[in-house]
Structure formats: C-alpha cells, structure tokens
Design a protein around this ligand. Structure first.
Ligand SMILES: C[S@@+](CC[C@H](N)C(=O)[O-])C[C@H]1O[C@@H](n2cnc3c(N)ncnc32)[C@H](O)[C@@H]1O
Length: 219
C-alpha cells in the first residue's frame, strides 16, 4: 500500500480535529467519515494484520475469546479470527465499524461501537486475549489515557493475556502528536497488577527513526 508522508498524516489529522473543535477522541469518527471509504486517508491503516501481533499470538496463545480495542479498519480482528479465535472488535467510531462490516461481510467477528473508557459489563473477566495496538498512544494523557489503561486488565479471564503494541518514548523522538509515544515505566506501572511476560523494543524497516515496543502481560 502506498505510504503517506508525515506532512500528509499531520494534515489529515489536523483537518479532522478542526472539524470537531479539537475534541480529544471525537476527531477519529470525523476522520473515518471524511475518508469516505478511501483507506489511504487513514494514516494508520495497513490493510493487513499487524505481523508482530500475529507472530506473538501464534507463539504464545492457544485460542479462545479475543477482544480488539480500537480495531480501526478491522484487519487485526480478521487475523485473529483466522488463527481460530472467537473475536469481538470495537471502536469508538461508528463510521469505522460500519466500514469494517462492509469490508468483511462473511466474517464472524462481532463488530461493535464502544469506548474503552466505558466497557460493556459482559466484557469484564471475559477474554483470553486482549489486544491494543496504537490506542493508548492515541489518547492524550492528563487522565483519559490512565482511565483507558485501568480498564484493560479488568477484561482478562483467569490466565488471560494483554498484548500492547506502539511507539516507545525513548527521549529522542520528535513527532507532532498524536500519537504520543509511551514511556516504558508508565506502561509497566499501569499494568503492575498483571505479570509482565515480555517487553521488547524494535524498529520497523519502514520507519527506522521510530522506536517501537510490544509488551505482554498475563493475569
Ligand atoms: C491510531 S488508530 C489505531 C487503529 C488500529 N488499532 C490499528 O492499529 O490500525 C486508533 C483507533 O482507536 C480508536 N479509538 C480512539 N479512542 C477510543 C476509545 N476511547 N475507545 C475505543 N476506540 C477508540 C480510534 O477510532 C481509532 O480507530
């Protein structure tokens, strides 16, 4: 898929934020609406499952019920369905969820509009695998991000696993937020009620100047 430039990425996000007066979360729905089914307008859409997630899940999970937080255009949910999971995927944006349903009409993924700040009651202690990719880093700090992180461990079943993937703040990166790269200490503190099983830094060949991480915790 054609890659957009950093300037184009900032412009798309700026336009969406302006249209909804800079609201911290509402601009996502505006961006999906403005894209009008053109995935090139969605800066994070890769139109394929995240390969770090797929590799990690294949090595560390045995199926069961999975929840994708902030599913975007849905490829990660479809990837987990292919690996045999029963998948629930939600996003705060209704336009985004409508788009997922159109893209994958034959999938059994449960696509839902939802907010990680206010999870559905039946999700608590329900999932063997909870995945967040580029969600915490997309939510501003100052309270909201902390509230989002607080909910995630509560969704895990006994022995359930949480997988987080995103940009790592190693002090040396400059980016016009969002996203806000996350600090290792903040991530570890946020989930210290769980057992950390991996915290791995990596660099993707497409953006060698960006430090990324994936981390997993077990209940
Ligand atoms: C940077 S995108 C990442 C999407 C997808 N995980 C990916 O990696 O392609 C962030 C996504 O989180 C969604 N989102 C933002 N705040 C949310 C919230 N409070 N609850 C659920 N989804 C949210 C946005 O609508 C958007 O689809």
């Amino acid at each position: 898929m054609e890659k957009i430039s950093e300037i184009e990425r900032e412009k798309l996000i700026f336009d969406a934020k302006s249209a909804v007066d800079g609201q911290p979360i509402d601009w996502f729905d505006e961006l999906y609406h403005m894209a009008d089914r053109d995935s090139k307008m969605i800066p994070w859409a890769k139109m394929a499952p995240n390969h770090i997630m797929m590799d990690w899940v294949e090595k560390n999970c045995q199926g069961g019920r999975a929840l994708i937080i902030g599913c975007g255009l849905g490829d990660d949910a479809i990837g987990l369905e292919r690996l045999g999971f029963s998948v629930t995927a939600f996003d705060i944006s209704k336009h985004c969820i409508d788009w997922c349903k159109e893209r994958f009409p034959n999938s059994n993924v449960r696509w839902l509009v939802g907010d990680i700040l206010n999870p559905e009651p039946e999700w608590f202690e329900n999932f063997d695998l909870v995945v967040e990719i580029h969600i915490l880093q997309a939510i501003p700090d100052g309270g909201i991000r902390e509230r989002a992180a607080e909910q995630m461990p509560k969704l895990l079943s006994d022995n359930g696993q949480l997988l987080c993937i995103g940009r790592l703040d190693n002090g040396g990166q400059t980016i016009q937020p969002p996203p806000w790269p996350l600090q290792e200490a903040w991530l570890k503190d946020s989930f210290d009620m769980l057992t950390l099983t991996t915290f791995t830094e990596f660099i993707h060949q497409d953006s060698p100047d960006v430090t990324r991480y994936y981390a997993a915790w077990k209940n």
